[in-house]
Design a binder for this molecule. Structure first.
Ligand code: AMP
Length: 362
């Protein structure tokens, strides 16, 4: 279902998921006079502090979902592991953006790698694994070291294990719980980058500056914009993101995470795609006239694309677990903007907030 006309101010955006991404989306929507209705499995999620309405319900509660979809003008998602059935039910009464196919692709690492390969986009060498014998075979084909990743429900480094030698196959298979997986060759990369693309209902796409990311223990630690890469690599990174967005007939904000391989440029390998607003784009709130969140709202509501220009350079640092206790110091730091997600408990590895430091544009 596409939009016949732009949704006017006063319309309501339904957001599946209630985390910090939904929270920042709701703030951006409210600035444009739009309302947000959050659907969340947990009570009092971060987004409900700033949304007009919250429905608490399971993703397989057909009645609650149908009621939610009836009450909104458009549906979007703030996390990618939304079951296909949930999107289908929501889609009966409201248009859903991004298109559900994007979730089907991003939710399964094997489908994702096959999809990218079919587009001629480079991915790490990979092999499908369904049992221990298959894992042993894949290890001997790809060689160690390699990374075994579950096909589904992996995020922030969860659901994956590094295998140093072939003798570790059995313990690795146990560690990931013996579920259908993908074995990936380890990419020797110079740096990790991501591209945040935004594509409108008419197919026009724009890109924010390429972002340079550092992960610790599989979790994003810092993002720097612009990435310190050549113009050729910037061009190639955007070309890849644009090809993916076009192939999915995407509407909304899409993030593509890539490795810049050691050696000759441009040499980009796509690690994964996220069909949503993304942590590596949080700096756009402070360094751009129109943030990734506003551009997502604009496109899913059929508004014109906003600029993806940047007025400042930026470094975003995630506040993970106890890092959030530094808030009084960060709040006092000139040139730093602090964002806190309103989460009560600072568990290890939990994203509690972020801080963005701005610098003159280079
Ligand atoms: P992922 O869950 O796939 O996003 O992986 C989390 C992080 O692990 C990535 O951002 C990389 O830092 C690292 N990683 C994942 N896959 C590979 C790979 N094939 N080669 C090297 N590093 C990887």
């Amino acid at each position: 279902m596409m939009l016949k006309a732009p949704l006017p101010p006063g319309s309501t955006i339904g957001v599946l998921g209630g985390g910090q991404l939904g929270r920042m989306l709701a703030v951006a929507a409210s600035r444009l006079g739009l309302k947000t209705h959050v659907y969340s499995e947990e009570a009092n999620p971060p987004a409900s502090d700033v949304a007009a309405t919250t429905t608490v319900g399971a993703y397989d509660d057909d009645t609650a979902l149908a009621g939610f979809a009836d009450a909104v003008d458009v549906v979007t998602c703030e996390f990618e592991n939304i079951p296909a059935k949930t999107l289908e039910i929501a889609g009966r009464s409201a248009p859903v953006f991004p298109p559900p196919k994007s979730f089907a692709v991003a939710q399964n690492r094997l489908v994702e790698k096959d999809f990218l390969s079919a587009l001629g986009i480079s991915v790490a060498p990979y092999a499908a694994v369904v049992d221990l014998n298959g894992l042993r075979q894949a290890l001997s084909d790809l060689g160690a070291p390699a990374i075994l990743k579950t096909r589904r429900f992996g995020y922030d480094g969860k659901g994956q294990v590094l295998i140093h030698t072939e003798s570790e196959a059995e313990s690795a298979w146990e560690t990931i719980g013996g579920v259908p997986s993908v074995l990936e060759g380890v990419v020797r990369f110079e740096r990790e980058v991501s591209v945040i693309a935004v594509r409108g209902q008419d197919g026009e796409a724009q890109f924010y500056d390429v972002i340079e990311n550092v992960h610790r223990s599989g979790i994003l630690a810092t993002s720097r914009a612009p990435a310190r890469i050549s113009d050729t690599t910037v061009f190639e990174a955007r070309r890849i993101a644009g090809a993916i967005a076009d192939a999915l007939q995407y509407v909304g904000v899409l993030c593509v995470e890539m490795f810049e391989r050691e050696g000759e440029e441009p040499s980009l390998i796509v690690n994964e795609i996220a069909p949503r607003i993304h942590n590596s784009g949080h700096w756009t709130i402070d360094a751009c006239p129109v943030s990734q969140f506003e551009n997502h709202v604009r496109t899913i509501c059929g508004w014109p694309l906003g600029t993806t220009d940047r007025h400042s350079d930026a470094v975003m640092t995630n506040l993970i677990g106890d890092d959030v206790n530094q808030w009084p110091v960060l709040a006092a730091e000139p040139g730093a903007t602090i964002h806190l997600y309103g989460k009560a408990e600072a568990r290890p590895g939990r994203k509690m907030g972020h801080v963005t430091r701005l610098f003159p544009k280079t």
